[in-house]
Every structure is written in C-alpha cells, then in structure tokens.
Design a protein around this ligand. Structure first.
Ligand SMILES: [Zn+2]
Length: 262
C-alpha cells in the first residue's frame, strides 16, 4: 500500500509534538505513507517548510500560500514574497497552498475582512495560473462563493478542495470543473452522514486522501494531534463506503495524488 497525505501542516505537528522530523516521517512510512504534502498558512513559515522538504526530498512536497484564517495579518509584501518563491521554480514546490475562503468564523466576515479574503484568494489563484501549479483549497461554509472564483479564474492544473464536508451537488460542481475532493477524518464520524454519502457516490478518480495533521482528528483519536499515519484509518473508512476493492481505491488515489502534487 502506498499513500499520499495530500494536506498536512507538518511544521505545526513538529512544533506541537516536539518530535524530530525523521521520526514523524518514519512513523508515516511504516504504514505506507510514502509521500506527504506540507501546506503553509502564513509567510513567516515559508522558509521553514522549504527547509523541511529539502531534508526529505523522497517523502515530502510542499505548497506555499496565505490561509484565510490568518487574513488579518497578511500583507501585500507576503504576496510579493510568495511570487518571488514561485518564480524560483523549486521542483518540490508543487502547489499554491493553503488558500481559500472562511465563512464559519463571524469575526472574519466584516465588509473589510471579507473583501480582503476575496482579494487574497483572487491574487493567489492568479499566481497558480501564472506559475502553472495546482491549488489546495480551504472552504468552510463558502462552497458557493469559492465555486464562483474557480469558474472565473481558470487554473489550468486545478487542484483539490481539501477536507471536504458538504453535499453531493456541491462536490460534483467542483469535480465537473476539474477539481478533486480531499477526503479526511470527517468521514470517520457516523454523524457526518451527508459528507459520507457524498464521498460514497463521487467518481473514485476525483478523490484524494489527507489528514490535515495536526488538525481534523480521526474518530477514536480525538484530543490528540492528528498524524500522517492516520491516513490508514481514513483509508479504511473510505473502503467501507466504496464498492471498489481496496487495491483499486489505493492505486487510483495514489496515481492521481502523484499526478497532481508530484
Ligand atoms: Zn489545513
């Protein structure tokens, strides 16, 4: 079994657990997680993530971007810095990530901050287009708004709507536009019925696996930092929801993940 964890904050997992990076990667590879994408949330972390990836080029890929939850602090200078790094075309920098929209936090919905969220998403989608990279998207209570952006700014490599929770119709619209759907710990919770039914029904080749570690705990591991090796648990839950064999599911998802994020 080979898995690709297509959405992690491994830099934050390392800070939270104080474990050596080699250790975190070893634990992941022990259950078949051959590759891990680290995504950024703020400019201050760009260099750390780049350095982490350079230490384990076999296992790691990275994305750089400015996350909507941190919208208050982002500046034009951060976008400029992002563009400078994209220009360097580091072979392991394979996504503009994590970017998107956040409508579940009322404080971030003032006219001013909502406009800023939209402006930063717009600018970063343009960068993904210009530098021909896929995006790794955050969307909470904002699927309709996000869809409008993706339709208007066509990013050739598309990308993934990560940690998807929502209806089949919402997911299908993204898929029809060429985007993938990130499947994470959410499907391990019985109460997430709508999302589970969505994931059961979507075309298999539209799905990617992820942990969002250290966030989004898998059922049974609540209260602990989430880790890339929990992909194995997410995968089991996915297999229970799908008709295809585990081998076909694993192979299809691995191939698509590598195709997208290298
Ligand atoms: Zn994330």
């Amino acid at each position: 079994m080979a898995f690709f964890d297509t959405h992690t904050h491994l830099d934050y997992l390392q800070k939270t657990t104080n474990q050596p990076l080699a250790n975190l990667i070893e634990n992941a590879t022990a259950v078949g997680v051959e590759r891990i994408l680290i995504v950024a949330v703020q400019q201050q972390d760009f260099k750390t993530i780049e350095k982490m990836t350079a230490l384990f080029p076999e296992n790691l890929r990275y994305g750089l971007g400015l996350h909507p939850l941190y919208i208050r602090q982002h500046q034009q200078a951060d976008l400029d810095c992002l563009e400078d790094l994209l220009k360097q075309k580091n072979a392991y920098l394979t996504a503009v990530a994590e970017i998107g929209l956040e409508r579940a936090v009322p404080d971030l919905l003032s006219d001013e901050l909502w406009r800023k969220q939209c402006d930063f998403l717009d600018a970063q989608l343009q960068l993904a287009k210009q530098y021909n990279l896929p995006v790794n998207l955050h969307s909470r209570k904002s699927h309709d708004q996000l869809f409008t952006f993706l339709k208007r700014i066509q990013v050739p490599k598309c990308g993934v709507v990560h940690g998807f929770a929502g209806s089949y119709d919402q997911a299908k619209r993204f898929v029809d536009l060429g985007y993938r759907i990130g499947v994470g710990g959410t499907i391990s919770y019985e109460r997430a019925n709508k999302t589970r039914q969505t994931i059961a029904k979507l075309p298999l080749d539209s799905l990617l696996l992820e942990t969002d570690s250290p966030d989004m705990p898998v059922f049974g591991f609540q209260g602990e930092p989430n880790r890339p090796e929990r992909i194995a648990n997410v995968f089991q839950h996915l297999c229970e929801l799908r008709k295809e064999s585990p081998e076909i599911i694993q192979e299809t998802i691995w191939r698509n993940s590598v195709g997208l994020f290298g």
